[in-house]
Ligand binder design. Structure first.
Ligand code: FMN
Length: 218
């Protein structure tokens, strides 16, 4: 993998999206977006918050949906491009947010506005939470792992790798700003989450591209 190589668009080929091991789905209630704060206020106030407390799952899911939900999509588009608040190379938005909340693991399905509880090995979940707590010992909310499904980037671009990391950076910033807007705290983490991605898929089709802690401010 060469992160320094120039991405080049390719002609379209067939692909198959990764199929997540969904146990149970429920709709995410759209949270009323907090009003009364200007963009400048939110922009200037956002800071990484490392001490966090638990908040209800529906608040986290509502905030994440606001950050991630497509504002435009075209069902007929072969590459399933969408327009969302974050920038994304080729409008592919290949990154999903996996939410570790209490003892469950969820996929925030932004296209369907659903929270999908995923099958995930309990021992690996515990190891992952322990690792996150070593980074941020006072983060007692939830943890996020950003996982890219490479299926579409891989067929859309030669040398697609760097695009995933650039998308991930944009997404971390969007989530940070939305957390601030919703009165939540958020902190990115340097740990990558590859063991989480590998727990779902051993074929190297899912790449962990970022992690963070989110929760209530103390
Ligand atoms: C990719 C990335 C990884 C980070 N990793 C950590 C981390 O492991 N631990 C931590 O306390 N903060 C981490 N941060 C947060 C930075 O330390 C923080 O953004 C920086 O100090 C600036 O502070 P601000 O976000 O409050 O403006 C990370 C930020 C990014 C973008």
């Amino acid at each position: 993998m060469l992160l320094t190589e120039e991405p080049v668009p390719l002609s379209l080929k067939a692909y198959s999206d990764f199929r997540w091991p969904v146990e149970f789905s429920s709709g995410i209630e759209r949270y009323k977006v907090p009003h009364g704060r200007s963009f400048v206020d939110v922009f200037e106030s956002r800071r990484s918050i490392r001490e966090l407390k638990r908040v209800p799952l529906d608040l986290l899911a509502g905030a994440l949906l606001f950050a991630l939900e497509p504002r435009w999509l075209n069902d007929a588009d072969a590459l399933k491009r969408t327009k969302r608040p974050s920038v994304s190379a080729g409008a592919l938005h290949p990154i999903s947010v996996i939410l570790f909340f209490e003892s469950d693991v969820y996929l925030v399905n932004a296209e369907r506005a659903e929270l999908e509880r995923l099958l995930f090995p309990e021992q690996k979940r515990r190891h992952w939470i322990e690792k996150c707590h070593q980074v941020l010992p006072k983060a007692n909310g939830a943890f996020l792992v950003l996982i890219a499904d490479i299926a579409r980037p891989e067929i859309a671009y030669e040398n697609f790798e760097s695009l995933l990391l650039r998308d991930a950076g944009a997404l971390l910033q969007t989530i940070g700003l939305v957390a601030e807007l919703f009165g939540l705290g958020f902190c990115p983490m340097g740990v990558l989450g590859t063991e989480v991605a590998n727990s779902f898929d051993s074929n190297n089709k899912l790449w962990a591209v970022g992690t963070g802690a989110i929760g209530g401010t103390v």
